[in-house]
Design a protein around this ligand. Structure first.
Ligand SMILES: Nc1ncnc2c1ncn2[C@@H]1O[C@H](COP(=O)(O)OP(=O)(O)OP(=O)(O)O)[C@@H](O)[C@H]1O
Length: 315
């Protein structure tokens, strides 16, 4: 399948500070690629280079297989984007803002405007001035402007930042439908792993300008550490029994304790049987998955450790 977005060793340097460091990414048609990083990691810088808004210091960007240099107008027609705080004319209504965008894109007004307002649940705000919109609806207006011309690729920088939980679900469902039903390729940045993992098919983790890890959402599910949480009427006795049977017992911040052993996680019924056999009544037996945010911070933490080791070694 064709790479819709591809960067090769994309690098951006401001003065002597490298903010994006040899980032190579490829995104296939219909994929939702989640670009994940803490604040200041280099997401917006990468996205601006993807969109031709800023020139890379070195490396290349390809869109639809073509070198993207100086904003090729034929390609830009196929791209929709929303970067940082979306701009709208504050004294224009939602309908007027969208009509202006539709005209700029050479679309049929008002059909395109009505359709996109419908798609983003903005119809009820058609006559509200942009300056009077809630942050969430202003964000949706930004998305509507990005989508009005039905682009083949959608590049979004933290699009759910200002949305409430219901708005996040709405946007997530819409993006998923665009990708799966219309084959739209979505590149979306965020600093919230939990949110990205619910919609992206692939995730790239960027930290201090470096792409640390790329993995599919499926990989995530297998990599995520699982643990069996156990609560009993007599935890001390239960822990002694399990230790004697060869399980490593881990204490937890909550009540009870945990087993990380693969066998215990896969066969909690064995644990239940073992404890019942020793007449220790269970009060809880629950498999918990590692919090994704925790995983993300672990990846970044491991990289920091490596960096410090390298610095220490070179002293
Ligand atoms: N025009 C510029 N001149 C100098 N440094 C810049 C410029 N633009 C960005 N930077 C620096 O590049 C680094 C990456 O910034 P960037 O905005 O790409 O991060 P981000 O991952 O999008 O973070 P955020 O979520 O906070 O927007 C930051 O340290 C930032 O200060």
């Amino acid at each position: 399948m064709e790479d819709i977005i591809r960067t090769v060793n994309l690098t951006k340097q401001y003065g002597n500070k490298i903010t994006v460091d040899r980032v190579s990414i490829s995104v296939k048609q219909g994929e939702i690629y989640g670009f994940l990083g803490l604040n200041g990691a280099g997401k917006t810088t990468t996205i601006r280079a993807l969109l031709g808004m800023s020139k890379p210091s070195s490396g290349e960007v390809y869109l639809f297989g073509q070198r993207w240099a100086n904003g090729n107008p034929d390609l830009s027609r196929r791209v929709g984007y929303m970067v940082e705080v979306p701009y709208a004319y504050p004294t224009f209504t939602v309908r007027e803002n969208l009509s202006l965008m539709a005209r700029l894109r050479g679309l049929l007004v008002p059909r395109a405007v009505d359709e996109i307002m419908e798609q983003l649940n903005l119809t009820q705000y058609a006559d509200s001035k942009a300056k009077d919109l809630s942050l969430g609806n202003a964000q949706k207006l930004g998305l509507a402007k990005a989508l009005i011309h039905k682009p083949d690729v959608l590049i979004l920088d933290e699009p759910t930042n200002a949305l409430d939980p219901a708005g996040i679900v709405e946007v997530r469902e819409m993006l998923r439908a665009l990708a799966s039903q219309q084959g739209v390729t979505v590149f979306i940045s965020s600093h919230i792993l939990e949110e990205i993992s619910k919609m992206a098919s692939r995730i790239g983790i960027i930290h201090k300008g470096v792409l640390l890890e790329e993995l599919t959402t499926k990989d995530f599910e297998t990599i995520r550490r699982k643990q069996l949480m156990i609560g009993t009427k007599d935890d001390r006795k239960a822990q002694a029994i399990l230790s004697d049977s060869g399980y490593a017992v881990h204490s937890t911040s909550n009540n009870g304790f945990a087993l990380l052993d693969d066998h215990a996680v896969k066969h909690p019924e064995h644990i239940a049987r073992l404890l019942a056999h020793h007449e220790v009544p269970l009060t809880m037996l629950n498999i918990e998955e590692e919090n994704l945010e925790h995983y993300f911070l672990n990846v970044i933490g491991a990289e920091e450790e490596k960096r410090i080791e390298t610095i220490v070694d070179s002293l």
